[in-house]
Every structure is written in structure tokens, then in C-alpha cells.
Ligand binder design. Sequence first.
Ligand SMILES: Cc1cc2nc3c(=O)[nH]c(=O)nc-3n(C[C@H](O)[C@H](O)[C@H](O)COP(=O)(O)O)c2cc1C
Length: 171
Amino acid sequence: MRILAICGSLQSQSGNLSLLRVAATSTPAGVRIVVFDGLRDLPHFNPDLEASGDAPPAAVLEWRRALGESDALLIATPEYGHSLPGSLKNAIDWVIGSGELGGKVVGITAAVPSLERGRRGLGALRDTLAAVRATVVGGEPIAKGPSREAEVMRLVSAIVASVPSAGPADT
Ligand SMILES: Cc1cc2nc3c(=O)[nH]c(=O)nc-3n(C[C@H](O)[C@H](O)[C@H](O)COP(=O)(O)O)c2cc1C
């Protein structure tokens, strides 16, 4: 199973990126987590670009291809202005019409200094993912500290359990 990890923060010293790297190095057997770093390259979504009949920009094609090749997503994102970061919203806007997130299992969390932080961003992300009919898993922030890795692994396990083909075979 391939899980695409998306960081809502573009800064190099991102706590959310650090959390995703923890996830990528402690995966269950048979699961591969690949961090996607292409959000920064996406142009602002513009319906005119969709309607022009020209091929979408290369960064958009790469984003859609990465989604299409993945069984599920893991998004870790900061809260900006009581919402999700614009770069992450922009990336989702690019696939509202093309549909790569439809029915996809998406685990969401926020790397936070304390557990009261990040919840409005996660709520906004959940609303946006509902608009593309993704199946959202998790949604709780994860704080720095000794239990961080265990909580990340719990979220990854919940994602794996929610992907239809990963369930136990019928007997
Ligand atoms: C422009 C901006 C807006 C922010 N808005 C909020 C906010 O509304 N609520 C909040 O809890 N934190 C807010 N923060 C703090 C970030 O969520 C916090 O720094 C986060 O840990 C950054 O994640 P990163 O380390 O992955 O980049 C804001 C930070 C920035 C730079």
C-alpha cells in the first residue's frame, strides 16, 4: 500500500514535515509512505486554465499523477488564520474537477506545541475534503513529546484499516 504524505507547511524546518518523516520511517509491513513535495510548485488555481483545452501545467499533472498512484493520503498541516494554509487549499482546488480525491482515504493531523492548537485548521480541512468526497480519518492534533511517534503510528494504522482492499479477506 502506498500512502502519499502531504505537508501543509512549505517551510523547511516544518514541525508537520518532521511528523510526516516520523510516519515514513515507522510504517507497518507492506506500507510505503512517500512524502510529496510539489505543493509549492502549483500555480494558483484558475478555472480558465481548466477550460482552455490546453494541457494542465506540469506541476498539476504531477500532483494528479501522485494522487492517482496512491491508495491513501496522510496530511499534516499547520493552522493559518484559523483555517488551512492557502497552498494546501489550492492543491485540493486543483483536483475538485479532476476527481483524484473522490473516495480516497485521507488521514489528517496537525503537529502542534499543545493540543488546543490547530483544531480550527483541521476543521476547515475536513470541510474541504468533504467537498471532494474523501473519506477522512483521524483529525486530532498531535503534540510534540514522548507519545508523538505512537500517535503517528496509530493514525497510519487507522488509514490502513480504512482502505477497502486492506481489510481481512472474506472466508
Ligand atoms: C501566517 C501564520 C498564521 C498562523 N495562524 C495560526 C492560527 O490561526 N492558529 C494557530 O493555532 N496557529 C497559527 N499559526 C502558527 C502555526 O500554525 C504554527 O507555527 C505551526 O506549528 C507551523 O507549522 P510548521 O512548523 O509545520 O510550519 C500561524 C502561523 C503563521 C506563520
